[in-house]
Design a protein around this ligand. Sequence first.
Ligand code: BV8
Length: 246
Amino acid sequence: MTENCDIPDALIAALRDARHVCILTGAGVSAESGVPTFREAQDGLWAEYNPQDLATPEAFVADPALIWRWYRWRRETVSAVEPNPGHFAIALLAELVPQLTLITQNVDNLHQRAGSRNVIEYHGNIFEDRCFADGSLRHADDQTAVPICTDCGSNLRPGVVWFGEAIPEHAMDKSGSAAVDCDVFLSIGTSSLVYPAAGLADLAKQNGAAVVEINPNPTTHAANFDLAIAGNSGLVLPELVDCLAH
Ligand code: BV8
């Protein structure tokens, strides 16, 4: 470790030498903003539900009003919080390296609110509404129990990718290219359980990138990575950016 810097020298050196840095974030990056991670038990009236069961087209077809209540509760939760130092550090890191690709599994828009640009939303965005019939983007949430597409009359749905649904093609292509091309891949705040997102780190590794995980609870993937930093992203990332900048 360099004096006054708790980030491993090897990571700082790799970032200094990197032409292209790719970052994949998960719900853990938003945890310090107060957004419950995807796998944490939800609180209050949603405690009895498993998010993985609700975030599916089948659940929506079965009870669209219930699913809309869940997403409206999540929209309110996310709208009421602020990006945390980890989000801001990632936005700053983009100014310190030649090329940075940010891929997020999060649907909470917090990276954008922290100033990150060209964010690849691998699982969509919770604030978007789409037509359930054809997936087209709509701006018609009339706040009724189940808003209707004004174009075709089918239900509107939140603009996120549910389990069993394909990742948007542009997100898939851009993320895959970045994972193949990058010199350093940072996997931050994700349990690496959801595919195909969790396969991006392996793809980067197979193509010669140095792969680093930042997570207070090292995942099973960490054993295959070059480095695992057991810490909260809201603390580790500002430290990393500070070390890199000086
Ligand atoms: C696909 C949007 C194929 C919705 C999400 C059957 C049929 C089809 C597919 C499958 C199937 N069985 C399995 C699959 C594959 C499936 C999958 O991977 N399932 C898993 C559960 C096994 N994947 C899919 O279905 C994907 N699509 O495969 O399509 C296909 C192809 C062609 C045509 C048709 C189909 C789609 C998956 C997308 C699901 N949507 N979100 C919504 O949000 O409502 S996923 C959801 O999980 C969130 O996006 C979340 O981000 C993501 C991953 O979770 P994490 O982000 O990692 O969050 P988690 O809570 O798990 O972990 C948080 C971590 O943070 C922890 O490790 C914790 O230690 C750490 N942490 C905590 N605090 C901090 C911290 N880290 C740092 N700092 C801190 N302070």
